[in-house]
Design a protein around this ligand. Structure first.
Ligand SMILES: [Cu+2]
Length: 164
């Protein structure tokens, strides 16, 4: 009985998230994906999203591909001798059970390397996240305006207030 109740609740939550544009497979859910328009001539773009592990086992984001980039790297911003620097995480990113891991400005992010075309506000980037357990999950990242600091929940391009 308890199991049935929980299952129903999970399905309802899943439908609500799907309506909000989220994608999930198995125990991994991807929430609020977004990218940012690139300046003229830029060859590198970014992608942000939040990874939720609803399961009881750890998973790992192993690799990423995107339709508009020749390769995608997982990066982290970190202090290095009191200087903020980006570094690649070739081992991927572990998502512990029950964890919510945001990729956001100033932290983890996807680096779209070798852009085949500029990222234009109002368009979208399609990325496929490959997880060790959940497998590949394809996500559509709406492209927000140049300088945006977050996704726009209402679909317009106004970023939320700083620090939100
Ligand atoms: Cu980076």
């Amino acid at each position: 009985m308890r199991y049935l109740k929980m299952t129903t609740r999970a399905v309802v939550a899943g439908v609500a998230l799907f309506a909000a544009g989220a994608a999930w497979a198995a125990d991994i859910e991807i929430v609020a994906p977004w990218s940012r328009a690139t300046a003229q001539g830029a060859t590198v773009g970014v992608g942000y999203l939040t990874i939720v592990n609803k399961g009881s086992a750890p998973d790992r984001l192993k690799s990423i591909t995107a339709d508009v980039a020749t390769s995608v790297e997982l990066h982290e911003m970190a202090m290095d001798n009191s200087v903020m620097k980006m570094r690649a995480l070739p081992e991927g990113l572990e998502i512990k059970p029950g964890a919510t891991v945001p990729l956001k400005p100033g932290g983890y992010h996807l680096m779209l390397m070798g852009l085949k075309q500029p990222l234009v506000q109002g368009g979208a980037v399609h990325v496929t996240l490959d997880f060790a357990k959940a497998g590949p999950i394809t996500v559509t990242m709406p492209i927000e305006k140049l300088g945006a600091t977050g996704p726009s929940p209402s679909g317009d391009s106004e970023p939320p207030p700083m620090g939100y």
